[in-house]
Design a protein around this ligand. Structure first.
Ligand code: DX5
Ligand code: ZN
Length: 221
């Protein structure tokens, strides 16, 4: 079963608590929180207080997508705030093995994200350590961008690597996921779909947006 991780970057923060409850009722699998620092990516976004608020507002697992330089400096803070899974970018992690071990020592799940221009082979030596590989299907930094088609072959590649090595790891996809691109990402091998705009911009609310996405992927809750 494909899992859905609504990205609250596109939420209406006045009603965040109610929107989280709607998503729970609609069958969301986890909540995705985008943390941006204005350095690794051009934008600034959410931080620790929002993670703490989401932790209180939902029983769903919470994952933090750290689009920040020196993510290793903040692992304890995000864990304390209530993250269940920490996503770090390979491009800002020269000591990735150490970062992965630290997250595991903290008792949390570890995911490594790859930008569209980063080849899968950079994960070769640490692949067996990962709970999830997050394939960026847009360049990170903003919601509402168009899905980059060439990333489909990368999704296939990571899926194949997990399969060949008999590993249970998940392939997660982030950026531009909507009613048209979601089925294609799944066909390529995605297990988890992150979606912001396509869920939260639904005029009937995020619960409705999520149900539509599930429906187009053959899953109706
Ligand atoms: C982009 C973020 C995404 C973003 C996705 O840098 O990592 O999680 O919220 O937004 P949509 O679904 O609008 O592309
Ligand atoms: Zn994200």
């Amino acid at each position: 079963m494909v899992k859905f991780a609504p990205s609250i970057l596109a939420a209406n923060f006045l009603y965040l608590g109610a929107q989280l409850k709607e998503l729970e009722a609609a069958g969301a699998n986890r909540i995705h929180i985008d943390v941006m620092d204005g350095h690794f990516v051009p934008n600034l976004s959410l931080g620790i207080p929002i993670v703490e608020a989401v932790r209180q507002g939902t029983t769903l697992p919470v994952e933090v997508h750290l689009m920040i330089e020196h993510p290793e400096r903040y692992l304890e803070d995000f864990t304390r705030a209530g993250s269940d899974q920490i996503i770090v970018h390979q491009e800002v992690s020269p000591h990735l093995h150490r970062t992965i071990q630290r997250v595991k020592d903290l008792g949390k799940k570890i995911s490594v994200a790859l930008n569209p221009a980063t080849p899968v082979l950079v994960l070769d030596d640490i692949f067996t350590e990962l709970d999830t590989v997050l394939i960026m299907t847009v360049n990170p930094g903003f919601g509402g961008q168009r899905f980059i088609e060439s990333t489909l072959s990368k999704i296939r590649h990571v899926r194949q690597l997990f399969r060949n090595r008999h590993l249970e790891g998940e392939v997660e996809v982030d950026g531009g996921v909507d009613l048209h691109t979601a089925p294609r990402a799944i066909e390529a091998g995605a297990d988890v779909l992150v979606a912001g705009s396509s869920i939260f911009n639904d005029p009937q609310g995020p619960g409705s947006g999520l149900r539509q996405l599930q429906g187009c992927c053959g899953q109706i809750m």
